[in-house]
Design a protein around this ligand. Structure first.
Ligand code: ZN
Length: 331
């Protein structure tokens, strides 16, 4: 399905389905100019995504050899199918930081490192084992590494007369990038700002405080002069500044709730115990009947909130010498 979003430059949205995924679909944006085209994000490496995107590009009459790609971040639902769809002369743009994580992913380093971090934080090993085969992000990632033109913060991509500024917005991933068209006040926000769901924030290897980074990136982005925000999932229209403030408030409440769980506990707790005591949208289900992948996401969110509070000296991190698992208490 192709929808026209803007006239000059021509911007279209191709809806790419994400089957069996709570995100439902990806908004792949296409900017068309007389010289070259740019496709922003592409979908998982699975037939349904590849089919929908190629169909959309055909409908727009696009020659793939005149088309480049911009990947907002290294999650599989954004970069999974780009290597297959890009032409020989296509360039694939991506932040240097996220590209390095993608390279690590191919050596299986990224996943195994994260799994061992979760286990050290009390996450059950049997769930880790079950998730090894069912994790969509892993299953539908690119099947081979594509070459990328790597980007730094504020690099400019020229497309016909349009100048697009690459805005580094670490948080959702360590090297997430938004794409800003200042002349038209348009922001392609990737997963940095979504409107009817809250972007997932998790902990990353080598990143001490991903939630702190994310909140700082929200403060930065809300000061941009933006009239149209084009997000990567779901309904993409809304006021950027208001939405950034709502997400910031959401995390402040979650930080407060994390500290409250520790205040009410008589003993130090590990991150998995804290996650179970937090409020989640479980749709009436108990934590135990919560699907494995939702437990995984909840765990990541919880760790990122704990990291934030540890870094700012609100809570104390210690190791339980018997189990080798980290435990936390209020300072
Ligand atoms: Zn993402």
């Amino acid at each position: 399905m192709v929808e026209k979003i803007f006239d000059n430059p021509k911007i279209y949205r191709v809806l790419v389905p994400l089957p069996e995924n709570p995100l439902r679909s990806l908004n792949s944006y296409v900017i068309m100019t007389e010289k070259r085209n740019l496709v922003i994000d592409t979908g998982f490496n699975r037939e349904e995504c590849y089919g929908a995107l190629t169909e959309g590009l055909d409908e727009l009459g696009i020659d793939i050899e005149d088309t480049d790609f911009f990947i907002t971040h290294f999650h599989g639902d954004h970069c999974g199918t780009v290597g297959r769809i890009a032409g020989e002369r296509s360039r694939i743009f991506m932040s240097e930081k996220d590209y390095s994580y993608l390279v690590g992913d191919f050596e299986d380093a990224t996943w195994e490192d994260i799994e061992s971090v979760y286990v050290e934080e009390g996450f059950p090993t049997d769930i880790v084992c079950r998730l090894k085969s069912s994790n969509q992000a892993k299953k539908y990632r690119p099947d081979r590494l594509f070459k990328a033109v790597t980007l730094q913060d504020r690099d400019v991509i020229r497309l016909g007369d349009a100048e697009l500024v690459c805005m580094l917005t670490p948080g959702h991933t360590p090297g997430h990038m938004c794409l800003y068209l200042p002349e038209k006040k348009i922001l392609f926000s990737g997963d940095h700002v979504l409107f009817d769901i809250t972007p997932n924030i998790t902990s990353w290897m080598g990143i001490a405080d991903s939630l702190g980074d994310y909140m700082q990136s929200l403060e930065m982005i809300k000061d941009l002069d933006v009239e149209i925000t084009l997000a990567a999932h779901r309904d993409s229209r809304g006021n950027l500044r208001e939405r950034a403030d709502e997400i910031l408030e959401h995390h402040r409440i979650r930080l407060h709730d994390t500290a409250e769980v520790l205040r009410e506990s008589e003993r130090p707790l590990n991150a998995y115990e804290i996650a179970q005591m937090m409020k989640w949208n479980l749709r009436g289900r108990s934590w135990d009947s919560f699907p494995d992948n939702q437990k995984w996401f909840a765990m990541g969110e919880t760790i990122s909130h704990i990291d934030y509070l540890v870094k700012r000296d609100f809570i104390l991190k210690q190791i339980d010498t018997e189990s080798g698992i980290y435990v936390y208490s209020l300072k």
